[in-house]
Design a protein around this ligand. Structure first.
Ligand code: ZN
Length: 484
């Protein structure tokens, strides 16, 4: 019997179980047993041809079994099989130039560093000479920015074009309540400069794109990835590999985090770990799935620790090892990461030699900052929130369905709506009348669009998606409805 650990994003297919015990003589048999117990997992783990999907890695105990193959890897009683999906986280710096010196103020400020033999004056000068690019000033970027500034990194570049929102304050501790509505880069730079006036901050107030990434990254010694979406993760990875810069990676989801160092002196890169992104929608973002506010602090500080170690050239860098953190179990696990000889960007036969279109690669639409969703017109198959309100007021005969989760329904709801969480829609079609007019809503309109697709696929013809979800309802119909 082997125990299969189910990661959070896949637990929706196992009835919330976090581990399943299955018998089987090989990893392949164990996974087949798992997917016969939980059939919905099958298409998440396997391709139609029965091969392992490349955005899910499988480990037997702490060994990556990908190169041996699932069917050639025997299992023994008591073995642990881990499914690890991708989750929407020597000195890198040469000796400091001679002109880098520490002033009397700086010697006092960094005295607790200077008396550690592994840092000392020489190490503090390395930190002062270092140039670090921080991509994102959100959850991971907040602790990173504060501590890297305090530690005495000489130059920190910040990449962000977002604005501080109320929902950020639960975890993005670099921003204050009074900063809501301000540009994150200004808010972050002010706090960091307040901690350390010796710090030079370079502002890159843009979205990192294939067009500007190499130009922005090239002036830095190393890059810290604090992004929250797959297109930017692949972009940061590829740019780091092409430029030969270490990429200090961290990612978070609900109660779990991952961290490692990619593209460092022959070590693996993000594409070695995950050659392709998960299909859009499989792995929810923090905005969709939630995140424990403290979690990015833990993971961001692991990234900050690795950054400082790489600059100082001390300790054992987190290269070729994926650190997994489970806040609920309060456990760290470490998995070995190997460089994939067939990796399209860092392997022996490279097929990617320049940056590509990452939104297309990840199958997600290009964000369009110019056109707010609420203002765009209602398209075919959609209905405006005000029209839904008018239908309710007139007493029109129609069924309103809310496909969010019960804990979201408790936060706010439209009383007339029937709650059928998206994951149950396919099983509960018998509760719905094909001849009725049906309007479906969720939080923002994405899940309800999927639900509309399921109903239409099952022969329901009079189905419409409430555009913008309950957030649009709060904006345009009932301002007393709380937004979340
Ligand atoms: Zn690679």
């Amino acid at each position: 019997m082997a125990k299969v650990l189910i990661p959070t994003p896949l637990r929706q297919f196992t009835g919330k179980l976090d581990s399943v015990t299955v018998s089987g003589a090989t990893v392949g048999e164990v996974l087949n047993g798992l997917t016969s117990q939980h059939p919905e997992l099958r298409r998440q783990i396997f391709t139609d041809e029965g091969k392992l999907r490349s955005f899910v890695n499988v480990y037997l105990n702490d060994e990556d079994i990908r190169y041996l193959g699932k069917d050639a890897t025997p299992t023994a009683d008591g073995d642990t099989v881990s499914l690890v999906p991708s989750i929407a986280g020597g000195s890198a710096v040469a000796a400091p130039p001679e002109e880098v010196t520490l002033s009397k103020d700086e010697i006092l400020r960094y005295s607790r560093h200077l008396i550690i033999p592994e840092v000392g004056i020489e190490g503090q000068k390395k930190l002062k000479a270092a140039k670090v690019l921080l991509v994102g000033t959100g959850g991971l970027g907040a602790p990173l920015g504060l501590y890297l500034a305090a530690a005495g990194i000489g130059k920190i570049g910040l990449v962000d074009f977002d604005v501080v929102d109320f929902t950020n304050l639960q975890r993005q501790v670099i921003h204050s309540t009074k900063d809501v509505g301000r540009n994150k880069i200004d808010s972050a730079a002010e706090k960091m400069q307040g901690i350390n006036p010796h710090l030079e901050i370079v502002r890159h107030e843009v979205a990192l794109t294939s067009e500007n990434a190499l130009e922005i990254l090239k002036d830095y010694d190393l890059v810290v990835d604090g992004t929250d979406n797959f297109p930017t993760r692949y972009l940061v990875n590829d740019a780091c590999v092409l430029l030969g810069k270490p990429n200090v990676y961290g990612s978070i989801f609900r109660f779990e985090g991952q961290s490692t160092v990619f593209a460092y002196e022959g070590g693996p890169c993000y594409r070695c770990l995950y050659p392709e992104p998960p299909p859009p929608g499989l792995v929810p973002s923090c905005a969709e799935g939630g995140v424990l506010g403290i979690l990015p602090g833990t993971i961001g500080l692991i990234q900050a620790t690795e950054t400082v170690k790489l600059i100082l050239g001390i300790g054992e860098p987190l290269v070729g090892r994926l650190l997994l953190y489970d806040a609920l179990g309060m456990r760290f696990r470490e998995l070995k990461l190997r460089k994939n000889p067939e990796c399209p960007i860092c392997g022996e036969h490279r097929t990617i030699t320049k940056l590509i279109d990452y939104h297309q690669f990840c199958g997600v639409p290009q964000p369009n900052a110019q056109a707010p969703a609420q203002e765009s017109k209602v398209s075919e198959g959609e209905i405006d929130v005000k029209e839904v309100k008018a239908m309710l007021d007139r007493g029109d005969s129609f069924v309103l369905i809310d496909v969010r989760e019960p804990h979201e329904y408790q936060i706010c709801n439209i009383p007339a709506a029937k709650l059928i969480p998206l994951g149950q829609v396919a099983q509960r079609l018998n509760e719905l009348d094909k001849s009725a007019d049906i309007v479906i809503h969720c939080k923002s309109g994405i899940r309800s669009a999927k639900a509309c697709g399921i109903l239409r696929g099952a022969g329901f013809e009079r189905v419409r998606n409430m555009k913008g979800g309950i957030l649009a309802w709060a904006d345009h119909v009932d301002p007393s409805v709380p937004k979340y």
